[in-house]
Design a protein around this ligand. Sequence first.
Ligand code: NAD
Length: 253
Amino acid sequence: MADRLAGKVALVTGAARGIGAAIATEMAREGAHVFVTDLRADEGANLVAGLHGEGLRAAFAVQDVTLEAGWEDICATVVTTFGSIDIIVNNAGIVITGTIEDQTFSDWRKTMAVNLDAVFLGTRAGVRAMKQRGGTIINVSSIEGIVGNPFVPAYNASKGGVRLLTKSAALHCARSGYPVRINSLHPGYVGTALVQDALADLPADFGERTLQRIPVGRFGEAAEIARSAVFLASDDSSYMTGAELVIDGGYTA
Ligand code: NAD
């Protein structure tokens, strides 16, 4: 086991599967106590059981990140379970496809609730919880918070919002003298269930055309995103705050 996060306590949302699960796993392997939350109880419990099987420290609770009232409780539970809270990864996210002509307002609102409102709630809760002892917050945005995609207007808007929310919060903490660093992570295409489901709704050649536009010629692995999250959570990134870390095989270069 490596030890870049030894003794740290991390809360990772939406971590029952996909990129969040990879982040929770990498952080635990780097010595963190990892508190996993998600709507998916069975997958979350299985992930934590697997981490326990590796001799790592982890716990799971069901959390709907869109519920404001739940955030105070979940932070308190993390502290009760593991003694502190040092890292929050606001990772939970959804994609609902549709162009600007046909995306429903209801789908727009659902996307904003999970991808942007919840990141606001998690960032605010994290700053309040960590401003004395210090910590780091990582907000999972996307390359689609930087460049547009005609098939996901709400997703684009939500992830662009995460990018600037992160900078505003980071500036507040830095200027207030709080030892809290806040950065955004911008993954490119990773073949998780979220992407597979979105591809199923898009034109048949969208996946192939996307692959052709990735300079390194392949999709990313969740573990590659997770190692960047470990970097942002660790002291290796001690001079980074309000920054955006892009991991996209050169897509936006
Ligand atoms: P995923 O669908 O595999 O995992 C997302 C998880 O979030 C699921 O386990 C889901 O249950 C959970 N979730 C959804 N709504 C929730 C809610 N209200 N409360 C709590 N949990 C909730 O997707 P993923 O690809 O692993 O995506 C993780 C993050 O990475 C998302 O924010 C996504 O936008 C972002 N991202 C993914 C890619 C990619 O290519 N996969 C690229 C860029 C950014």
